[in-house]
Design a protein around this ligand. Structure first.
Ligand code: UD1
Length: 421
């Protein structure tokens, strides 16, 4: 398995461009199932999860053409409406084919995602919502098997704010008969990006960006061209890495207003942040003060940035508390940070971090995508060499990671399994 070898201790400086957002690209690529016409998607990041989804869609019979950063998909007809376990187990977002398949083809068989490293992650709200729209769904041999004649609009209240749940139901509702109202919907910018793509395809959606979505179903959707929004989590990861190493960087191609909660926390940690157009410039004013934070649905602080901030807090002045309210098992990076010398205590869903003057390089194991990003930041701060093992997690969500960090002056290289590249 590939490893990332980091020689820490260098402040990051320079400029880097933000890639397209993984969590917007995945649902948008699935939206191609809703139309017989070509959907052209631009600014698609080169990531393992994107490759996985395109292979899954291709196996279903969707014609997929790839050019650099552009994917053209055409789901004129379908061979099979099946997402097998091999795909779903490597990428839970495969569940996003369920709503579109039921809405347009009236059938779907999607393997149930099991538990994963960051918690149980059920899909009950996806199922409940589709049932309210008239789909018949049952679990057979570990697969979720669904059937529907034309879906009907419904009023659906979602118990919990769920990002992919909102996306699945919104996509299904675009082709339903009548109006669907989704209450307590997710407001994440990636949900808005998907809604904008669907609107360009002819969907009638109102309220995206708020917690009530109104979708008036139409008989069919057309093709469209859509540009995926910039990745706010990738942008946030670079910014925290720069702050934690006492550096100074400029990001281009970002959308600063989707990063409000993150930028606010960086300022609180003692960074100076300036935004202009699609650029964000960050420079540390002095010592890293660290920040206490609590994850919650957008527009509050994103769970996908929690591990990165924890790495920064590990070497901050004073004590901070990080509270995780979205996923029940998202402190897998704590043990690894401790092995690098961090002083972190976990009590329930809160981590108490007492800043130490320095971390020491070590061999650490990545357990999930964002935990891995936290370990990379810890490696950049630490004295000596850090080896991050199992970096396939990082390849799922960060485009050209070592190349981009190297551009910012980091000493980071990939050691390919069985080789020494
Ligand atoms: C998405 C993001 C992921 C991010 C997460 C929270 C994608 C592809 N992934 O994941 O990067 O960390 O949002 O911002 O966009 N829940 C239920 N029942 C359901 C669905 C969810 O109880 O049917 C719970 C989950 O267990 C969790 C919470 O709701 O506690 C939020 O999860 P959700 O927003 O659905 O996460 P994902 O969409 O899987």
């Amino acid at each position: 398995m590939d490893q990332l070898v980091i020689a820490g201790g260098q402040p990051l400086t320079g400029e880097v461009e933000v890639s397209g957002a993984k969590n917007a690209a995945l649902p948008i690529l699935c939206a191609s199932l809703l139309t017989a016409r070509p959907l052209v998607v631009d600014n698609v990041p080169e990531l393992r999860d994107v490759g996985t989804l395109l292979r899954l869609l291709g196996d279903m019979g969707v014609l997929v053409e790839r050019a650099p950063r552009r994917v053209t998909l055409c789901a004129e007809s379908l061979k099979e409406a099946v997402a097998p376990y091999e795909w779903v187990k490597t990428m839970r977002a495969s569940i996003l084919v369920l709503g579109p398949l039921l809405a347009r083809f009236g059938r779907a068989r999607v393997s149930l995602p099991g538990g994963c490293a960051i918690g149980e992650r059920p899909v009950d709200l996806h199922i409940k919502g589709l049932q309210a729209m008239g789909a018949r769904l049952e679990v057979t041999h570990g697969d979720l098997v669904g059937e529907a004649e034309r879906l009907r609009g419904a009023r659906i209240f979602m118990d919990k704010v769920t990002v992919t749940g909102t996306e699945n139901l919104m996509m299904a509702a675009t082709l339903a008969e009548g109006t669907t109202i989704l209450e307590n919907a997710a407001r994440e910018p990636e949900v808005v990006d998907l809604a904008e793509c669907l609107v360009a395809m002819g969907a009638r959606i109102r309220g995206h960006g708020t917690d009530v979505l109104t979708i008036e179903g139409v008989p069919e959707l057309s093709g469209a061209t859509h540009r995926v929004m910039p990745d706010r989590i990738e942008a946030g990861t670079f910014l925290v890495a720069a702050a934690a190493t006492g550096g100074e960087i400029r990001l281009s191609g970002a959308r600063p207003r989707t990063l409000d909660a993150i930028l606010d926390k960086l300022v609180e940690a003692n960074a100076s942040v300036e935004c202009q157009g699609d650029q964000i410039r960050l420079r540390m004013r002095g010592p890293n003060h660290g920040v206490s934070l609590r994850t919650a649905p957008y527009p509050a602080f994103p769970t996908d940035m929690q591990a990165q901030f924890m790495a920064m807090n590990a070497v901050a002045q004073g004590t901070t508390v990080v509270t995780e309210t979205i996923f029940e098992n998202r402190f897998m990076h704590v043990q690894e940070l401790r092995r690098m010398g961090a002083n972190i205590e976990v009590e329930g869903n809160a981590a108490i971090i007492r800043g130490v003057p320095r971390l020491e390089g070590a061999t650490v194991m990545a357990t999930d995508l964002r935990a891995s990003a936290g370990l990379v930041i810890a490696g950049l701060i630490a004295e000596g060499e850090t080896v991050v093992d199992r970096i396939y997690h990082l390849d799922r969500g960060y485009e050209k990671l070592e190349e981009k960090f190297s551009c910012l002056g980091a000493s980071m290289r990939r050691r390919v399994a069985g080789g020494n590249a």
